[in-house]
Design a protein around this ligand. Structure first.
Ligand code: ADP
Ligand code: ZN
Length: 739
């Protein structure tokens, strides 16, 4: 019984014909929130429905959002919903995820919606067309190609056009000719479910007692059908993947769907093979480079619960699982989970949110868990399962430091004599070796010996990197490319430019000269492009067609190469140079991961780290294989100053066309900075990448105690400064990169 007679209800009663129903519709644009639309009588839109609405004289797709309309626009100015699209609505859990990400990252919800909609598939599946023999074919003299087509269709069933062309080995013209003559009729092909059901009953490997204990816990967490977070950590090669596949099997037995996030799906051919071996069929794969047809089929299969397991990159978080029963985040420490452009978010953290929204367990997997995750374990928020040993008695590799001050490489070389000797030794035994250097190209710097000029990018605060084989210098930040100059751009001296420092291309040159008989494979993002190339590289290594692998960080990923027994790190100090908050943590993780590629089968592995500072805690931690002590030390250093994970951090990155505009905006922000107990603002200061793609950049850093939420502070802060169209302010909550 309603006794309050609010004003608009009165109006409702008085003017029922003009005061129709309103709905809030979220549009894929950076507006602050959803817009109201009038609902025509014949429609009944519900939250999640995908609708067509007018916007600035165009028709736009939007999503009916939850919550009441905001009523700020008067009835007379209200536009009407045009239609409801006949596609599956956006699920409530995805709408909540969009809201959550928007509010956590301070991104307008419509922008997050854009990301979620990109994953969507609005266009109905085109009916795949095929051909069939006509029921009453006319009499016709047949050429040989035509006979072959009829033979290919002799079973009377419809066949896909492409298949017929292949089987009969004819051109499309032959097919068309037969159709025109009335011998063939076009037919819709039956739509086969795209993903078969992995068989959860196929037995996995016999697990060791440690593995079985961990698997039992994960199975129980999956069977509980409730939100929980478990860290599964264990040394490289300890069988973490086998263990979490047991949880996937449990999820499948319960008839539910599982999502596995991998940091770099293009480098995951071995993972996919492994899954197929375990379950008899391949999983559905999701990433942003899928052809649109595959994308649509996959999206629909997920929505129809016909894709039991999806393995994907970040964007798989937005897939419409009707019954998500398990979320696994493999290599959870990987910075590749952090999206740094556009909406700045960490897919690892959002995956945990997604799991919570679906009441599903999340499992974080890593041999080198992030300090964030370890802190969550220590605070009792996450459970931890630990696998202490490598599988099958394989030992952890033996680690050695090569002090470059004592045993420097020959002049103009980069591989020190002890490392060269170890490589010779390894190759002589018929085993494989790997050299790791996290730098593409030939040399990171080109210097003029006459005037000291360093060749810089005109658009960025960065040197141009030489790519010798391609005869170019290139900026690795903006892609700016010039032909390698023969004279100094500054003093015009001829033949005075010299390459300083190595990239993998230069190491390869040296390796070719030093190990002339070795078959060398270079693995860097510019030599191995795309999943097919990566899979082929992995295959050739497994097949022992390669003796020496030289690569950037892509070789550090979860590869399993049984014959690889030596890993040489060309420049172990490289990652420590920048000296940001996480430099040491990241270096330990990366070098431990790359070390973990060595000696994964029977033959023992060795790792050689070339360094100028063997006494550095990072090198000592790697040498003694004692990551726990190192992480505890990191933690102890971060605690007092409230550095993450013991405090919260958010960066503001101001960028503008001119240095002056950037400075003014940054100073305005600095003056309006929030203050209070447990709140610190650092900056403004020029970003290390002070100019990027021609834009001048300044940074401010907000640091708070953990019990203080940064979002409200940031919201008020940003609202208190004037905005101009020429200045852009990016918000990076929980920053990983400080460039
Ligand atoms: P991690 O994920 O911890 O690096 P993996 O799961 O990749 O370790 O295991 C390393 C190798 O050992 C893989 O080839 C895997 O198939 C094998 N392996 C692990 N556990 C077992 C087991 N219980 N039985 C047989 N093979 C195993
Ligand atoms: Zn540049």
């Amino acid at each position: 019984m309603r006794t309050v007679n609010r004003k608009h209800e009165e109006q409702d009663d008085l003017l029922p014909q003009t005061r129709g129903r309103r709905v809030a519709v979220l549009l894929p644009y950076p507006f602050p929130g959803p817009f109201d639309y009038r609902v025509p009588r014949e429609l009944d839109p519900q939250p999640g429905d995908i609708v067509l609405v007018p916007l600035n004289r165009r028709e736009e797709i939007g999503v009916v959002w939850d919550g009441p309309p905001d009523n700020s626009v008067g009835d007379n100015r209200l536009k009407s919903v045009i239609s409801i699209l006949d596609v599956p609505p956006m699920r409530a859990d995805i709408r909540r995820l969009v809201d959550w990400i928007a509010s956590y990252t301070l991104t307008p919800p419509g922008e997050v919606l854009t990301m979620a909609l990109r994953v969507n598939a609005f266009r109905p599946e085109p009916i795949p067309s095929g051909w069939q023999l006509a029921a009453n074919p006319p009499e016709l003299r047949l050429t040989e190609p035509r006979k072959r087509v009829l033979a290919a269709l002799a079973d009377g069933l419809p066949h896909a056009g492409a298949d017929i062309l292949r089987t009969a080995d004819v051109s499309p013209g032959v097919l068309r000719g037969l159709a025109d003559a009335g011998l063939l009729v076009p037919t819709a092909l039956p739509i086969t479910p795209p993903f078969s059901l992995p068989d959860p009953q196929t037995p996995g490997p016999t697990l060791s007692p440690d593995q079985e204990a961990a698997a039992a816990e994960l199975r129980a967490a999956t069977a509980a059908r409730d939100f929980s977070v478990t860290l599964l950590d264990g040394v490289t090669g300890s069988g973490k993947t086998e263990v979490y596949l047991e949880a996937v099997a449990e999820c499948l037995r319960a008839g539910r769907q599982a999502l596995v996030l991998l940091p770099e799906i293009a480098l995951s051919s071995q993972w996919l093979d492994r899954f197929t071996r375990r379950f008899g069929v391949a999983p559905a794969v999701w990433h942003s480079d899928l052809p649109s047809r595959v994308r649509r089929t996959t999206w629909r299969a997920v929505a129809a619960a016909q894709a039991p397991v999806v393995v994907g990159a970040r964007s798989a978080l937005f897939l419409p699982f009707p019954d998500l029963g398990l979320v696994i985040i493999d290599e959870e420490h990987e910075t590749a989970f952090k999206q740094e452009e556009g909406i700045i978010y960490n897919a690892r953290d959002m995956a945990v949110v997604r799991a919570r929204l679906c009441n599903a367990p999340a499992v974080l997997v890593s041999a080198t868990p992030s300090l964030e995750t370890v802190a969550n374990v220590e605070a009792g928020r996450y459970r931890r399962l630990h696998l202490p040993d490598r599988h099958g008695g394989a030992l952890m590799p033996e680690i050695g430091l090569i002090d470059l001050r004592d045993t420097p490489p020959e002049r103009g070389h980069f591989l020190a004599p002890p490392l060269v000797a170890d490589i010779h030794d390894t190759l002589a035994r018929g085993e494989q070796a790997m050299l790791f250097l996290n730098r593409r190209g030939y040399a990171p710097l080109t210097l003029c010996r006459t005037c000291g000029h360093r060749v810089q990018c005109p658009n960025c605060t960065a040197w141009l990197v030489e790519h010798r084989a391609r005869r170019i210098l290139q900026c690795h930040h903006c892609g700016h490319t010039i032909p390698t100059p023969t004279s100094c751009p500054e003093c015009k001296a001829e033949h005075s430019l010299t390459a300083i420092g190595p990239g993998v291309e230069r190491i390869t040159e040296e390796a070719r000269a030093t190990f002339p008989d070795a078959r060398i494979l270079v693995m860097a993002s510019d030599t191995i492009q795309g999943p097919a190339a990566a899979a082929e590289a992995a295959r050739s290594i497994e097949a022992r067609e390669v003796d020496l692998i030289i690569g950037t960080q892509i070789v550090a990923k979860g590869w399993h190469f049984p014959h690889l027994t030596l890993v040489g790190v060309v420049d172990a100090d490289l990652g420590l140079a920048g000296g940001d908050l996480r430099a040491a943590e990241r270096t330990v993780q990366l070098l431990h991961q790359v070390s973990g590629r060595a000696g994964r089968a029977e033959a023992p592995g060795r790792v050689r780290l070339q360094t100028f500072s063997p006494e550095h805690p990072v090198m000592q931690a790697l040498l003694h294989g004692d990551l726990a002590t190192f992480m505890a030390r990191e933690a102890a250093q971060r605690k007092p100053g409230n550095w993450p994970p013991y405090g919260r951090l958010a960066a503001l990155i101001v960028s503008a066309d001119s240095a002056d505009s950037a400075d003014i905006a940054a100073r305005n922000l600095g003056r309006a900075a929030p203050h209070g107990d447990g709140i610190t603002v650092l900056g403004p200061a020029p970003a290390p990448l002070a100019i990027l793609r021609g834009r001048h950049r300044r940074r401010l850093l907000l640091k708070t105690r953990r019990d203080i939420a940064v979002q409200p502070l940031l919201r008020d802060w940003l609202a208190s400064v004037p905005t101009t169209s020429s200045v852009r302010i990016d918000v990076d909550v929980d920053p990983i990169s400080f460039l």
